[in-house]
Design a binder for this molecule. Structure first.
Ligand code: FA5
Length: 342
């Protein structure tokens, strides 16, 4: 038994010297002093020791136990102190002036162009409004002078929910709510995501962004509309671009226009980004139909107004020279992370 105890003491000392952390010290304590540890096992062997040697053997084991307890306590304290010092050293080596090590994300190009437009319209006295992406038939169509079975609905098929609600096809769906909320006079823009059930190509997506704008006041005319459209485009592009205004039909405006810009990808030559026409439909607009004003609770004897529905995703295509609209929803960070506010 004496030899066994001596061998155990030697094994304990070797392991103790190898301890390098408070966690390792705790493991050593359990290994030797735990209920199922080596020293307890040695104690339980005492019953096999001849009676005349039992007392001496018991004493030797107790001495080993005491020794192990003291050494482990000492080691554990040492280890805790060392670890605390390491933590302090690490904290001191932090230098807030060093360049950041982590990679930062970048804003999506649609966010950049949307923010730029918001700034432009804010400076012209417009407010920025928010609206749901899930809307009801009334707001998306009926309040816009598009009754059930009107052929204009064919151009805007969308995704319907079992509740009868739908994913909004255009930002015009917010017009009625905003008119009712603020009344006239009113200047507001409301950017949002729109959804349509349609085939995609280089200039069509099933999920894209528009920015709607409305201005209602006394004596608003087409000249006001043209002025705001021109200002907006020259501020966004910061260079002369060719635009054309042609008649366009939308049941919620009268008269209505299509505002196209010459394709900046091909310079008007024709390419897949503009469906080979050299022009891109960008911002249909017109004078708000009196029925729409009435549905919005606006006095049509006193007020007139204009509205436009800017294709924000197409604008981003032209502004950043993106040839295919599908890049924007691709999640392809190699392409999307190149855009920094320009
Ligand atoms: C509308 O959505 C009307 N609500 C716009 C409007 C508002 C007219 C107020 C008059 C007064 P349209 O379906 O043409 O119209 O879409 C408007 C613009 O959104 C288009 O010129 C185009 O720039 C963009 N757009 C439409 N469909 C898509 C699509 N599938 N993918 C990408 N952009 C699209």
């Amino acid at each position: 038994m004496t030899e066994k105890t001596a061998a155990l003491r030697q094994a304990f000392e070797e392991k103790l010297n190898a301890v390098g952390s408070s966690e390792a010290a705790e493991q050593l304590r359990v290994e030797f002093l735990g209920k199922k540890g080596h020293i307890s096992a040695l104690m339980s062997e005492l019953k096999n020791v001849p009676a005349d040697q039992k007392k001496q053997a018991g004493q030797t084991i107790n001495e080993l136990k005491k020794y192990a307890e003291e050494k482990i306590l000492e080691k554990s304290a040492q280890m805790h102190q060392m670890e605390e010092q390491r933590r302090l050293d690490a904290a001191e080596s932090y230098d807030e002036s060093l360049p950041m090590q982590i990679e930062c994300g970048s804003y999506h190009p649609i966010t950049l162009v949307q923010r730029e437009l918001e700034e432009i319209f804010l400076s012209m006295g417009f407010t920025i409004e928010d609206y749901n992406e899930i809307v009801d038939d009334y707001n998306c169509f009926e309040a816009l002078n598009i009754p059930k079975h009107h052929p204009a609905r064919d151009m805007q098929d969308t995704y319907y929910l079992s509740t009868g609600q739908l994913l909004k096809t255009h930002t015009s769906a917010a017009q009625n709510t905003i008119m009712r909320k603020y009344g006239a006079p009113l200047r507001a823009v409301f950017p949002s995501r729109c959804f349509r059930n349609e085939s995609t190509d280089a200039c069509h997506e099933n999920t894209f962004f528009q920015m709607e704008g409305i201005m209602i006041d006394t004596d608003i005319s087409i000249s006001n509309l043209i002025y705001f459209m021109k200002t907006m485009l020259s501020e966004v592009f910061k260079k002369d671009i060719n635009v054309r205004l042609r008649p366009g039909f939308f049941p919620f405006v009268e008269p209505g226009f299509e505002l196209d810009i010459e394709c900046l990808i091909c310079g008007g030559e024709g390419c897949p980004s503009c469906k080979n026409s050299g022009w891109l439909e960008l911002c249909p607009c017109g004078m708000i139909h009196p029925n729409v004003l009435k549905y919005g609770g606006i006095d049509t004897e006193k007020y007139t107004g204009f509205a436009f529905g800017l294709g924000l995703t197409r604008l981003a295509m032209m502004k950043y020279g993106v040839k295919d609209i599908r890049v924007f929803n691709s999640g392809n960070l190699k392409s999307l992370s190149q855009f920094i506010s320009q």
